[in-house]
Design a protein around this ligand. Structure first.
Ligand code: G1P
Length: 294
């Protein structure tokens, strides 16, 4: 019997430099896709996958995230008095049971591996999930739920993957694949942001991981990798061979919201998926696309 995945780590300490100036005074994880912040989509996905404890690794200037997952008494009162029950529901939903969200701080931005290491005492000795809110996934079955199912099958490390154009390998962690059945790829190597000329494949990690707690043994060495940062990918690579390690080609569409075009595309896709917005948004997109053709 594999252990249940109960805890999820959300590294939210990044500076968000790619979205300056807006991220000067707000966390990038609070950027809205239609009307919900990126972090809410990620937390909802985790809850739908059975996660019971949310661990945020935050940093300076991220207080808006803590406020977002707390009650807003003023809004509650005003909306209640005005009988706005639909709006009231939207602000109540992200508030989880007291004690199920914990926060720790990454005091220095030393890299994703370091951010995850900051959660070691909170995770303890059990397999856990990591979700990067920048990667937004639209799927019938939440991406993390698909991964939990694979973890229950294999009992090992699982990362969600998708093929990227060869010229984009230097943006992501890339798999070296031992065998591949089209759904699950057995991992024999991992490289962080390789140059297209030396990339072992085009199969890239998206920001969803299920890892065994042994990862902390390697992260604690705090070795620097690509870009001078402590990379999660490097420590994951060192776990290969000790337990099963698979890349799951998840079912769904991933939007890289760490990138301006990807973030815009996510907004269009999620707005089109809303019945009340669909027709209006479609007309707008059509109009602009047609004008651009002249
Ligand atoms: C991080 C990881 C990378 C992964 C990517 C997914 O990179 O280091 O391996 O492919 O997230 O979004 P970052 O986006 O922080 O540069």
């Amino acid at each position: 019997m594999t252990k249940k995945i109960r805890k999820a780590v959300f590294p939210v300490g990044g500076l968000g430099t790619r979205f300056l100036p807006v991220t000067k005074a707000m966390p990038k994880e609070m950027l809205p896709v239609v009307d919900k912040p990126l972090i809410q989509y990620a937390v909802e996905e985790a809850l739908e996958a059975g996660i019971e404890e949310i661990i945020f690794v935050t940093g300076r200037g991220k207080a808006a995230i803590e406020d977002f997952f707390d009650h807003s008494f003023e809004l509650r009162q005003v909306l209640g008095e005005r009988g706005k029950s639909a709006e009231l529901h939207t602000i109540e939903f992200p508030v989880l049971e007291a004690g199920s969200i914990v926060y720790t701080r990454q005091q220095d931005p030393l890299g994703l591996g370091h951010a995850v290491w900051c959660a070691r005492e909170l995770v303890g000795d059990e397999p856990f999930a990591i979700l990067l809110a920048d990667d937004l996934v639209m799927a019938d079955t939440p991406c993390l739920k698909q991964m939990v199912d694979v973890f229950e099958e294999t009992g090992g490390n699982v990362v969600a993957v998708e093929d990227v154009p060869p010229e984009h390998t230097n943006r992501y962690g890339i798999l070296d694949v031992a065998s591949d059945d089209g759904r699950l790829a057995e991992v024999k190597g991992l490289v962080e942001k390789p140059d297209p000329a030396v990339a072992p494949s085009t199969l890239s990690i998206i920001g969803r991981y299920i890892l065994l707690p042994e990862i902390f043994d390697y992260l604690s060495e705090r070795k620097k990798g690509a870009g001078g940062e402590i990379q999660l990918t490097d420590s994951m690579a060192r776990m290969i061979g000790q337990a099963p390690f698979h890349g799951l080609r998840f079912e769904g569409t991933r939007f890289d919201c760490g990138d301006k075009a990807g973030f815009f595309e996510a907004n269009v896709a999620f707005a089109l998926a809303r019945p009340e917005l669909h027709d209006q948004i479609k007309d707008i997109v059509k109009t602009y696309a047609a004008e651009d053709g002249h």
